[in-house]
Design a protein around this ligand. Structure first.
Ligand SMILES: Cc1cc2nc3c(=O)[nH]c(=O)nc-3n(C[C@H](O)[C@H](O)[C@H](O)COP(=O)(O)OP(=O)(O)OC[C@H]3O[C@@H](n4cnc5c(N)ncnc54)[C@H](O)[C@@H]3O)c2cc1C
Length: 383
């Protein structure tokens, strides 16, 4: 008997979700991955199919129209999607981990009904607006302001590098009531695009992850009702940091998929010219991929167990994104001049992999978080 919360057509475990995602990615995404990169667009039809496959409802209970599934299932799906197209995987990762998950965690039932249900069904896409032109790693330095007014709040400021935002129907926006209050001044708001004063100022052209929309948003006195506030007033940084910890597990899963794709491409190129130098490259890549896989799966397991997982998320994101870049870089070397040509698979994977050490907390920030965790907790076990 299947659990009642899971419709019978959906997989029940991570292995089932992985198989479903692999078959979908091979059939539907892989044939379009070069075009997604070239045109810098994920076709609407792929997004519609992601919704039909229920990947856009992963990790969300059926009670909120979600597809269920745990963190292990989610990272398995993200890995398989990223194996075919990093941009498609990042679209899903952002939607699930840093938009739907914080609304599930912090939203009232009214907010969950209004915003989470359509996200969970894939009827709309979610985005997360924290970074600004002058505030990235130091999130507490944001300057987008909110002002309480008689009928809610008004938001004013600029958000930078907001993924998915041009197509999103729900955007989490973080703003401060007064920058002098530091962390305590920051609150989170759910903002539906289309609200007067909201605009997408530009879509940013990027080195890699092309197809994943990256935008600059302008909020020019955007009016939102009182119930747009997500979580208590002043808890915005907590909402953001909790979302980013979960987000790192998802992004690590995406990086793992790119690392695996780069490993397969590297092996194929090395097999054509099997020198000892190339065998060594393959051996190093294998070790990196195996380490990344172990850490990503461990982070998802700890998250599923309901235990604190900040340390595991940081080390998984750090190692998986570095592994993807190192393997993809070796892939360009081993493929020779053909691997450096625009449009070559090795070249696309190299550009995609280069962006993972930056998104959802740079490598240096993961080291900082991890170092604080390890030295702050004397009872920390060895890995
Ligand atoms: C493709 C893409 C998609 C993104 N999507 C989103 C999104 O959807 N939503 C969102 O809010 N943001 C998003 N971002 C923004 C991303 O999270 C930030 O770029 C990242 O957090 C770094 O911030 P920054 O770019 O302002 O760099 P900065 O914080 O200015 O850092 C610049 C450099 O200095 C280093 N550095 C900074 N502080 C320290 C420190 N204390 N110790 C050591 N080194 C330090 C950094 O590691 C980095 O190398 C995205 C970025 C990219 C590239």
């Amino acid at each position: 008997m299947l659990p009642r919360a899971v419709p019978p057509e959906l997989p029940r475990d991570a292995r089932g979700w992985r198989e479903r995602a692999r078959s979908f990615a091979e059939r539907t995404v892989a044939p379009q991955s070069a075009a997604i990169d070239r045109t810098d667009r994920v076709p609407d039809e792929i997004v519609a199919q992601l919704a039909r496959e229920r990947f856009l409802g992963l990790g969300i209970p059926a009670a909120w129209d979600g597809a269920g599934g745990d963190a292990r299932s989610t990272v398995a799906v993200l890995e398989e999607l990223a194996y075919a197209s990093a941009a498609v995987a990042v679209l899903v990762a952002v939607h699930l981990s840093v938009c739907a998950a914080p609304i599930l965690a912090w939203g009232t039932d009214t907010q969950r009904s209004r915003y989470l249900r359509p996200l969970a069904r894939g009827a709309t896409i979610g985005a997360f607006g924290l970074t600004e032109p002058g505030a990235g790693s130091d999130a507490a330095a944001i300057t987008t302001r909110y002002e309480p007014v008689a009928d809610g709040y008004r938001l004013r400021g600029t958000k930078m590098f907001t993924s998915n935002a041009a197509s999103a129907g729900v955007i989490l926006v973080f703003a401060t009531r007064d920058p002098a209050r530091g962390h305590a001044g920051i609150s989170a708001f759910v903002v539906p695009p289309g609200t007067p004063g909201f605009s997408v100022a530009q879509r940013l052209d990027k080195l890699g992850l092309r197809g994943s929309e990256t935008t600059e948003l302008v909020l020019d006195g955007v009016p939102v009702p009182p119930d747009a506030l997500l979580g208590p007033e002043g808890a915005g940084l907590k909402v953001a940091l909790g979302a980013l910890a979960g987000g790192r597990v998802g992004i690590a899963g995406c990086a793992l998929g790119v690392a695996r794709a780069a490993y397969d491409a590297l092996c194929a190129a090395a097999a054509r010219t099997p020198t000892d130098a190339h065998r060594s490259e393959v051996a190093r890549a294998y070790a990196r991929l195996a380490a990344a896989r172990a850490l990503v799966e461990r982070a998802a397991e700890v998250k599923d167990a309901g235990a604190p997982f900040v340390r595991e998320a940081s080390v998984a994101k750090l190692v998986a994104s570095e592994a993807a870049f190192a393997i993809a870089s070796a892939g360009v070397d081993v493929a020779g001049p053909a691997g450096a040509r625009a449009g070559a698979t090795a070249e696309r994977l190299f550009r995609d992999a280069r962006v993972f050490p930056i998104v959802e907390g740079t490598t240096e920030i993961q080291e900082l978080l991890l170092g604080r965790e390890l030295l702050g907790d004397r009872r920390a076990e060895n890995p």
